[in-house]
Design a protein. Structure first.
Length: 552
């Protein structure tokens, strides 16, 4: 297409200052998402009920929520569960559970019971459409006809009968119901009949956080013994039978597929000390359900850094992460797929506000940026994630207000805003692990686009002291710098700083002359020890402007 033809197609509109092609959050992006969803091959895999892949992994903005929303929108029997709607904070604020957990009781079986209960009831509700008391009554009439004479299923039916009156209630009600049940059992474990050793503990100390520290060693041992005994006897057997009933008696039409999706596990729906255990139990429960029921698939999305923390804090004896890897779908995008995504969104914006003519993204860019391909320049400044591409394009629209096309000056003006916002967003994304990440990235301020390990090593001590002068928040990075400086381990400090910046995506690293540059967001892996004195470091172009780096 000639530039004259492009001008003819684009001259009928100009970009308005507050126009955009989508929001950062997929939940707020519904207007564009419904008409502009791009399947990069992940939808077919994740919606196949016979495929073991059920955990969508990716960095912030990689399209996890968009993928699950597409399942919810297109599948007839899709159940969406929001962790924040389950009232799981009721668990975190429960003094009885906190008392036993602080004593050393492992609550994993209780967490798994909770998830199994929620999933089983949600599937029964969806299948029988139990959304009011009348439908609940009809359901129980059918259950009596199905199982009245089947003694092998009585345990499961008793469990159903116990919780049956709440089937038409929201999930949050049932979470509290199951929690109160085990709370009562745990409380009864401390009475005189349970053990004279721990008799009167509740009355003497109160069952709350901190009370464990007042126990004698004998009392603590007995509390853990009795508490663990109660937790280990939760009705997992009945719920295992329930999965069999769902498979063989309720969900018998295998042509009808059921999906449960769970997203936003990285948000503050519960305190971390409970969240990691609940997520680990969720992953185990999802695997059991997906293996146990042929036409049901439970799909969860989770950030990779959060998954790392879950396994780090819940790792026990016999732990094998390998057995979970067959469940992972790591989201990855190509330049062509991101360009397709922008094309769909740009045309939706233009058709809604300006003209019905089709305009591709390349039509809006100049012929060259710094003598190179404009789309290559644009996508090089993303971390190959849809959110980066959308937000960079939105910044270009803002800078192009009143214009019909982007010039090199417009794109570079937008880049200045985009670069600052991307580093701040990355600091927010990794705030749990690295509270001072933005300031750490400033170690590279005014550096070349790429440099050798020794370049930073010779200057890192001065930059570390500058870091102390501007930061009062003590976190992982603060403690790391302190410890390395105390030991006068400058090489070790340089390795650790570069490894953190590599892990989050600020830099790529070439460890050997014959190797290529490795980027973590492209699933590259490096150990701290891999970063040697011959390493070549490349700063990601997304951060050149915020770090004051001039391209060579």
């Amino acid at each position: 297409m000639t530039h004259a033809e492009t001008d003819m197609r684009t001259k009928k509109f100009v970009f308005r200052r507050y126009a955009n092609i989508g929001a950062a959050d997929a939940i707020e992006d519904r207007k564009f998402l419904e008409k502009s969803f791009v399947d990069n091959g992940s939808l077919e895999v994740i919606s196949d009920v016979n495929n073991s892949i059920c955990i969508v992994l990716g960095r912030t903005g990689s399209g996890k929520t968009a993928l699950l929303e597409q399942i919810n929108r297109t599948e007839e029997r899709a159940i969406k569960i929001n962790p924040e709607s389950l009232s799981l904070n009721y668990i975190a604020s429960n003094n009885i559970l906190r008392f036993f957990m602080e004593a050393g009781v492992n609550l994993d079986l209780f967490y798994r019971l909770l998830w199994r209960h929620v999933f089983a009831v949600e599937l029964i509700r969806e299948h029988y459409q139990i959304f009011n008391e009348e439908k609940n009554t009809d359901f129980w009439s059918q259950v009596r006809q199905l199982f009245s004479r089947d003694s092998k299923k009585q345990h499961a039916i008793e469990y159903l009968r116990k919780h049956g009156p709440s089937f038409w209630q929201e999930s949050e009600f049932r979470v509290k119901e199951v929690t109160k049940s085990i709370e009562n059992d745990l409380t009864s474990a401390l009475d005189a009949k349970a053990s004279p050793t721990i008799f009167g503990i509740g009355a003497e100390f109160g069952l709350n956080v901190g009370a464990v520290r007042k126990l004698t060693e004998d009392q603590k041992i007995e509390v853990v013994h009795r508490g663990q005994e109660i937790v280990d006897k939760v009705q997992m057997h009945a719920l295992s039978k329930m999965i069999e009933i769902l498979e063989n008696d309720f969900l018998v039409d295998k042509q009808k597929r059921y999906f449960i999706t769970i997203d936003r596990l990285d948000e503050n729906w519960i305190q971390d000390e409970f969240r990691y255990g609940l997520i680990k139990a969720l992953i185990d429960t999802v695997r059991d359900f997906n293996l146990g029921i042929q036409n049901v698939k439970i799909i969860i999305s989770i950030r990779e850094d959060l998954l790392d923390r879950v396994f780090r804090y819940t790792r026990g004896s016999g732990y094998q992460e390998e057995k979970y890897k067959s469940m992972y779908l790591r989201l990855a995008w190509t330049t062509a797929e991101l360009e397709e995504l922008l094309n769909l969104r740009v045309n939706q914006l233009i058709k809604e506000q300006y003209t019905n003519q089709t305009v591709n993204v390349v039509d809006l860019f100049p012929q060259h940026i710094q003598k190179g391909d404009p789309l290559t320049y644009f996508f090089d400044r993303t971390l190959m994630r849809p959110r980066d591409a959308i937000l960079f394009f939105n910044d270009c629209i803002t800078s192009a207000a009143g214009e019909a096309k982007f010039t090199q000056a417009i794109i570079q003006q937008a880049e200045a805003t985009y670069s600052v916002n991307r580093l701040r967003a990355m600091a927010d994304e990794w705030a749990t692990d690295y509270p001072n990440l933005f300031e750490l990235a400033m170690f590279l301020e005014r550096y070349p686009t790429q440099f050798r390990f020794k370049t930073l090593e010779t200057e890192i001590e001065g930059r570390a002291y500058k870091f102390f002068l501007t930061n009062k928040t003590e976190g992982e990075i603060y403690k790391l710098i302190c410890s390395k400086l105390e030991l006068n381990d400058i090489t070790g400090l340089t390795q650790e700083v570069l490894w953190i910046l590599f892990r989050v995506g600020v830099v790529g690293i070439k460890t050997m002359p014959h190797s290529s540059i490795v980027w973590s967001y492209l699933t590259g892996k490096l150990l701290v020890s891999d970063i040697n004195e011959e390493a070549l470091i490349k700063v990601h172009p997304a951060f050149w402007r915020v770090l004051g780096i001039k391209p060579t």
